[in-house]
Write a protein that binds this ligand. Structure first.
Ligand code: HSE
Length: 438
């Protein structure tokens, strides 16, 4: 059993859950910087829980502080702040809950648990008058949660748009610049350590989905269930699409977006999108992350920086730790979550679409596709015919539409796939709408 306790100014002992590269960077930052340089904040890692204590670590921490026993952290009266860096929901949710109930403040980098169970954890923190801070859970070193929670609190947020997954941005950037195919770049990203051996969480958009759930809840004071966030990964984006998009004036990025207004509600979505070359988001390359927030008072804001990595993540974690030591009780930063927005359906989203088809190169083909689109109330903006293969009588048809409703487009796509003149529908990508483009 754990003993309820409260952190006071004397108890700045830190318990680490997880001592991988980020945990080690946090421990080393505390040792190298805060304890030595700022004796008024006598932070100290007093216990660390790991899966394998025998593993070799580059960390300046006494081996006796490292164990596999969670009770060395959550039943430890020396620990005032628990830093959770394990990731995943199970057992992190239970550990964080136990720590909060034991009166310990918690700082976490765990986007999945904050996306899926954050509402319960924030309630537990409030009930126990402790803080639960999670700046490191989204966009690594970029301060975005603090600004949404505090500095921008007076604004109505009009939109929040980000490149918040570095792995996919690295892959898409390479594809754009080198004309390479997805699978080749993925292999390279894996060998460089930018992609996991099982890349699903990144390339299928789950990681970005969790992060936008966390940001949308803060921005719109509305719980956004993860499975109500439209999610598509980058596996269907092909080298050809970058070529054609470029001719049309766009690049392709995996965007995570949350937008809300009182009429249509709140829509959160993650999908590859065509981005006009002239907007800043088009220039965010490699593993960088960026978030663009538009508030009604402040206007558009732009945050860009490293979205992952031991030191950038430790920077965000330590910012939260220091905030806890300075503010004591958690009430002022524990957001309540009223419910002013309904969650909108992706079916009602309106944007331009880019379609790439492999079609027979013969009379009437374009007319048949145009008819399907027209019947679905979708107007064509431009058409390119590319890579004509006269020998096999086929060509790439690239169609850019005017703004259309998602449900209409999905129904048109089903009908286009049925046309015997269309050999394959290769790509359907959304064009991101920037209302202030001249
Ligand atoms: N895998 C993530 C990314 C980093 O590629 O951005 C941690 O969230």
């Amino acid at each position: 059993m754990t003993t309820p306790k409260r952190m006071d100014s004397q108890v700045t002992g830190i318990g680490l859950l997880g001592l991988g590269v980020v945990g080690s960077a946090v421990a080393n930052t505390i040792t190298d910087r805060h304890r030595l340089e700022d004796p008024s904040v006598p932070l100290e890692v007093v216990a660390a829980v790991v899966r394998d204590p025998s593993r070799k670590r580059e960390v300046s921490l006494d081996q006796s502080a490292i164990s596999t026993d969670i009770e060395t952290v959550i039943a430890n009266p020396e620990v005032g702040i628990v830093v959770e860096l394990m990731g995943g929901v199970d057992p992190a949710f239970d550990y964080i809950t136990s720590a909060l109930k034991a009166g310990q403040h918690v700082v976490t980098a765990n986007k999945e648990v904050m996306a899926k169970r954050g509402i319960d954890l924030l309630a537990t923190a409030a009930e126990n008058s402790v803080q639960l801070l999670y700046e490191a859970s989204v966009a690594g070193g970029i301060p975005i949660i603090g600004p949404l929670m505090n500095d921008l609190a007076a604004n109505k947020i009009r939109s929040l748009r980000g490149i918040i997954n570095g792995t996919t941005n690295f892959i898409l950037t390479k594809m754009a610049h080198e004309g390479a195919d997805f699978n080749d770049v993925l292999t390279e990203a894996q060998s460089l350590g930018y992609a996991e051996s099982d890349p699903t969480a990144d390339v299928d958009g789950f990681d970005a989905q969790y992060k936008i759930a966390v940001l949308a809840r803060l921005a719109y004071h509305t719980e956004v269930p993860v499975d109500e966030i439209h999610r598509e990964g980058i596996q269907e984006v092909h080298a050809k699409d970058f070529r054609y998009a470029k001719e049309l004036g766009y690049t392709i990025k995996l965007l995570a977006v949350a937008q809300a207004d009182s009429e249509s509600g709140l829509l959160a979505r993650v999908h590859p999108a065509l981005i006009p070359f002239e907007v800043p988001m088009a220039t965010v390359n490699g593993v960088l992350n960026a978030v663009e927030v538009e508030g009604d008072l402040v206007g558009p804001l732009w945050f860009q920086g490293p979205g992952a990595g031991p030191n950038p993540t430790a920077s965000a974690v330590m910012g939260d730790v220091i905030r806890v030591t300075k503010s004591g009780s958690g009430e002022e930063t524990t957001p309540d979550v009223p419910d002013p927005f309904l969650i909108a359906s992706m079916d009602d989203h309106v944007c331009q679409y880019y379609l790439r088809l492999t079609a027979s190169d013969r009379p009437g083909v374009l007319a048949s596709v145009a008819k399907v689109l027209g019947d679905a109330d979708i107007s064509i903006n431009s058409v390119l015919q590319k890579d004509t293969d006269t020998e096999n009588g086929r060509a790439d048809l690239v169609i850019m539409t005017h703004p259309a409703r998602e449900a209409n487009m999905q129904s048109a796509v089903s009908s286009i796939k049925e046309l015997d003149t269309v050999l394959q529908l290769d790509s359907l990508l959304r064009v991101e709408t920037y209302s202030d483009r001249s």
